[in-house]
Write a protein that binds this ligand. Structure first.
Ligand SMILES: NC(=O)CC[C@H](N)C(=O)O
Length: 304
């Protein structure tokens, strides 16, 4: 377990990187965030969380929600039902790209790009009567924080600028790989992306990924095999077309969101969350990746 002073050092050493990335503005509401925020939190096997910087401030989790959605779908459906609808391969394309879908018969490369997460949301819509609420229940339970909500203004802003996500969903529908009403599923998806959590909340919530599928409260979230599968997919596709560089520099399964958060996992040891809203050209937190790289180096951790 890293001590607070090490995490404070990581935050201090990442501070000079501020100004090098850009806060996401394609969702106008997200551009209101202060780009100078920096936070890191680590949750380790004794259940304790240590953090530094802005680690207690809640932010828009955005695509980090795709991991929670996948976990729900894997719990509700059999293996073949999930993986006949979405692939397990890195996309090598932007997270919101349409190009592969046309060539690949409307089956997205993986569950962590927008197309894949929209299929997963479609699966959730088919089985859950209140998918938006179920997501909140899940994240509150996993993080042990009942004060987690979805930000209506952000969800609304995404809804008003939905053209690309709607195009992706309709293209998949044209191939028969999208079963519910597009508008309804988009609303669910945006509500999931707009959930606000802190680094501390997220480090706690994803502790199970580092603990063979068992959460902080001792309850099993996923069977061990599925937990390993999720970590494998995070390692190969969690950072979109930056996944290779992330594996090279950080060496941990991880998932980013355009709100500037990244979660990462050291199997058997700890879950980490960093937050820095300025993004690199792949839509991943620039200083966030640097903080994870520094943490991994200083602790001597990598899965490779
Ligand atoms: N990479 C992300 O975090 C993207 C999520 C965002 N809600 C979108 O659909 O574009």
């Amino acid at each position: 377990m890293p001590d607070v002073s090490l995490l404070e050092e990581v935050v201090a050493d990442a501070t000079p990187l501020l100004g090098q990335g850009k806060v996401a503005n394609y969702i106008p509401e997200l551009s209101k965030v202060d780009g100078r925020k920096l936070g890191i939190a680590v949750c380790s096997s004794d259940g304790g969380v240590v953090g530094a910087g802005d680690f207690q401030e809640q932010f828009s989790i955005q695509s980090i929600s795709k991991v929670f959605s996948l976990v729900q779908a894997m719990t509700l459906y059999g293996e073949a039902e999930v993986w006949s609808r979405v692939g397990k391969e890195p996309s090598g394309n932007a997270f919101n790209s349409l190009v592969q879908l046309e060539h690949e018969c409307g089956v997205p490369r993986n569950p962590f790009i927008n197309a894949g997460a929209l299929v997963i949301s479609d699966l959730l819509q088919s089985r859950l009567s209140t998918p938006k609420h179920r997501m909140l229940e899940l994240v509150r339970e996993l993080s042990g924080n009942s004060q987690i909500f979805s930000d209506k203004a952000v969800a609304q802003s995404e809804y008003q600028h939905m053209a690309r996500n709607a195009a992706i969903a309709y293209l998949m529908k044209s191939f028969g790989n999208f079963h519910n009403d597009v508008d309804q599923v988009l609303q669910t998806y945006f509500t999931h992306c707009a959930v606000r959590m802190s680094c501390a909340d997220l480090a706690r919530a994803f502790y199970f990924l580092s603990n063979k599928g068992v959460g902080l409260d001792g309850k099993r979230v996923l069977p061990e095999k599925q937990n390993r599968q999720v970590n494998a997919l995070l390692a190969t596709s969690g950072l979109y077309d930056g996944a290779g560089e992330f594996a090279y520099r950080v060496g941990m399964p991880g998932k980013s969101g355009v709100g500037g958060g990244i979660i990462a996992v050291v199997p058997g040891e700890m879950s980490v969350c960093v937050w820095a809203p300025e993004l690199d050209e792949n839509g991943n937190s620039l200083a966030g990746i640097a903080m994870l790289e520094m943490l991994g180096k200083r602790l001597g951790r990598s899965i490779f």
